[in-house]
Write a new protein. Structure first.
Length: 239
């Protein structure tokens, strides 16, 4: 995959060294051909980081990470770490991705649609990086669990959705994205994800742009590998 390193520095969440790598295009049927941003630990492979609990630097308090250090048991995240994240990290180690200076980010992002956080939470990366990258972009999607984190940059609300679940309220000043159990109803202020209702791809929809795209919050029924976990953990925050 062709792409570039858009950030290599300390995580906003815990200060550990992380990477943000953007790769061009995607074959994901739901999102469509969006560029993908991977947020990874710089010092160890994604699978190793998850086993050691070091993925907290890029995933924060996400409950889908799993909590059994030394194993991946209890992990309900839909991202298969051994596939794309591992491949992107190894390619970076081989020198496959050039590093873009901050001043070049607007030109790189111009006219592109991007998925912020194909793996990892966008809030781990300084806001100024996103501000530059997206300043001339055609569109993007982004989600964060970190709205309750002590180091959360509130400016992130302008570009990402707050991931909430169950009866948790969307934080003031943010729009939410809620994964609900199968059969659970929408709540006031929500609209069903257009991918579910009309098959619209994220690249074409682009409602999930935080407060930069005013409107109702978005909700979708749990599906895929995390569906069973979501049904049994209605009080938790999730993606």
């Amino acid at each position: 995959m062709s792409g570039a390193v858009i950030y290599h520095g300390p995580s906003v969440l815990d200060g550990e060294l992380i990477l943000a790598i953007v790769t061009e295009g995607s074959e994901n049927r739901k999102t469509g051909p969006m560029d993908q941003v991977w947020i990874l630990r710089a010092d160890r492979a994604p699978v190793e980081a998850a086993r050691e609990g070091a993925d907290v630097s890029v995933c924060g308090a996400c409950p889908l990470r799993g909590r059994e250090i030394g194993t991946l048991m209890g992990r309900a995240c839909y991202v298969n770490l051994g596939q794309a994240p591992q491949a992107v990290w190894r390619a970076w180690q081989r020198g496959a991705y050039p590093s873009l200076p901050w001043a070049q980010l607007p030109a790189w992002g111009a006219g592109r649609t991007m998925r912020l956080g194909a793996y990892g939470d966008p809030a781990a990366v300084p806001f100024r990086v996103w501000g530059a990258l997206l300043s001339r972009a055609a569109g993007w999607t982004g989600y964060t669990h970190q709205h309750g984190h002590m180091r959360f940059d509130e400016r992130m609300a302008s570009i990402v959705m707050a991931s909430v679940q169950g009866d948790q309220s969307v934080p003031c000043g943010m729009r939410g994205f809620r994964v609900r159990a199968k059969g659970a109803p929408l709540v006031a202020g929500e609209v069903e994800c257009p991918n579910t209702t009309h098959g619209v791809r994220c690249a074409d929809c682009q409602l999930c742009q935080g407060m930069s795209k005013p409107g109702r919050s978005i909700s979708i029924e749990a599906h895929g590998s995390g569906a069973k976990w979501v049904s049994g953990n209605q009080h938790m925050i999730t993606l």
